[in-house]
Write a protein that binds this ligand. Structure first.
Ligand code: FES
Length: 150
């Protein structure tokens, strides 16, 4: 089996996994980074969102061969100590309820704010359109994104 090089949260990794394996399983099972969650496995819930070269992508829909040679950031790599503005805003607004979908939400928020420093309600709703939160935290997500924008 060929070996693929991945940079995840600033660390280089060589992984020997089938090329078509979803990045989600490489992160969770091969690298032990379980902050990225499995929800639907079909690209519709957003729980598995990570950054690939700075863009929010669904790790369940991204193969290892697509991610190879590129830079991946997971929720574990957003900051070393929870000090990323999005993480701080999430705590301040008490966004999480059960918490399962939140790593993906946080990664989408961080990517949105990189693209757009002051997102409108419409921008936020559009960015989170394909995230599913069964607890219905959407209003707090919107407030936290605005707080993180400053
Ligand atoms: Fe990837 Fe739901 S687990 S979008």
């Amino acid at each position: 089996m060929p070996t693929y090089q991945l940079t995840v949260n600033g660390r280089g990794h060589s992984v020997e996994v089938d090329a078509d394996t979803p990045l989600l399983w490489v992160l969770r099972d091969t690298l032990g980074l379980t902050g990225t969650k499995f929800g639907c496995g079909q690209g519709v819930c957003g729980a598995c969102t990570v950054h690939l070269d700075g863009q929010a992508v669904k790790a369940c829909q991204t193969s290892l061969k697509e991610a190879a040679g590129r830079t991946v950031i997971t929720v574990e790599g957003l900051s070393k100590d929870g000090s990323h503005p999005v993480q701080r805003a999430w705590i301040a607004e008490d966004v999480a309820q059960c918490g399962y979908c939140q790593p993906g939400m946080i990664m989408t928020a961080a990517a949105l704010l990189k693209r757009k420093a002051r997102p409108s309600d419409h921008d936020i709703d559009e960015a989170f359109a394909d995230h599913v939160c069964r607890c219905g935290t959407y209003p707090r997500v919107r407030k936290a994104v605005k707080r993180a924008a400053g």
